[in-house]
Structure formats: C-alpha cells, structure tokens
Design a protein around this ligand. Structure first.
Ligand code: S3P
Length: 182
C-alpha cells in the first residue's frame, strides 16, 4: 500500500526518555493537529499503567495492546502520534506506521537518555542497577531499526523539547511542501 496521499500522520519514534511525548505535544500544537500517544491509549484501555500491564499481564500482552493502539491511532490521517520505544521493532507496526505517515527519529546519546530518565522509575525494561549499560545495550540493538525506519532524524543532545519540536515542524513543512501536501 502506498503512503496515504493527503495529510499524512507525523510519528515520533525513538528510545525511552528521549522526549517523544513532550516534543509530539508541541508539534501538534504548532501544526494544530490532534495528538495521540500510544502508551496513554494502552493505559486507558487496560485501566492500568504500562508498568502494571507488564507486571500483571506480561510484555506479550502489552505488545498486543500497543499494536492495537497503533492501528487505532493511524486510522485517521493528519495526526501527530508518539509511540513507545519498542513499537518500531515490530515489522507489522513499522509497516503500518510508514504506510500512513512520516516517521521522525528523535535520537540521543545513552548518557543524555539516562540523564533525562533520572526521575523516571516506571520503565520495566530499564529495571536494575546499571541503567547506563542497559540503555547502551538496548540502544545499540534498536538504533539501526529507528534509523532505517525514520524519514527524518533529529539529534536532540543539548537541545530543548521546544527546539526539537521546531526542527520537526520545519522538516515536516518542507517535506510536505515538496510533494504538494498540507
Ligand atoms: C518501551 C517504551 C515505553 C513503554 C514501555 C516499553 C520500550 O515507552 O512503551 O515501557 O520497549 O522501549 P516510552 O518510549 O514512551 O518510554
């Protein structure tokens, strides 16, 4: 299936803690678009936090709920969507996201991610003592997937969510301008 021709969605992908949700909200505000975050959709559906779903039902159930949320999120065009860091690892999710929108990879170094995650304690995949090596390991496996899937890449080290959002909006306007979309 070709990418939806008019008003494509704009999807933020990237590692936990990079700031996808903050950036996505700012981008949606600037573009006057509806904003959806698939972790929030899962939490509403499960009536439990992502952490609780992992503990109570296991990761497989979480991934199924996440895949369902992605389907729902991209069912309408012109949205800004943020997905959990693990979502693009599934080929089905990736294919669907790419068919319906543009993907922006928000990238950061492991040290930056760990700093941004300082007060975040509800990421089951980061449990354990040595967070930096856990982030390094996961990121080295995931970075090539994010990079290949992304239509654009923004390096977010040393810049704010607002500055990142401005770069995303600039890229998006140029990109849709090139193909005559809005
Ligand atoms: C996950 C990322 C989390 C959340 C879950 C699993 C992952 O979302 O979906 O804890 O596999 O990277 P964020 O990327 O929004 O933190």
């Amino acid at each position: 299936m070709a990418r939806s021709p008019a008003h494509p969605n704009l999807v933020m992908i990237g590692f936990m803690g990079v700031g996808k949700t903050s950036v996505g909200r700012l981008v949606a505000q600037t573009l006057g678009r509806e904003f959806l975050d698939t972790d929030e959709m899962v939490e509403r559906r499960a009536r439990a936090s992502v952490g609780e779903v992992f503990r109570r039902d296991g990761e497989t159930v979480f991934r199924q709920l996440e895949a369902d949320a992605i389907k729902e999120a991209v069912a309408y065009p012109a949205r800004v969507v943020t997905v959990g860091g693990g979502a693009p690892l599934s080929v089905e999710n990736r294919t669907l996201l790419k068919q319906t929108g543009f993907l922006v990879y928000l990238r950061a170094k492991p040290e930056t991610l760990v700093k941004r995650l300082t007060h975040v304690h509800d990421r089951p995949l980061l449990a354990g003592a040595d967070r930096l090596s856990r982030v390094r390991d996961l990121l080295s496996a995931r970075d090539p997937v994010y990079e290949t899937a992304g239509d654009a890449l923004v390096d977010t080290d040393g810049i704010t969510a607002q500055e990142t959002a401005e770069q995303v909006v600039r890229w998006y306007r140029e990109r849709v301008g090139l193909v005559g979309l809005t």
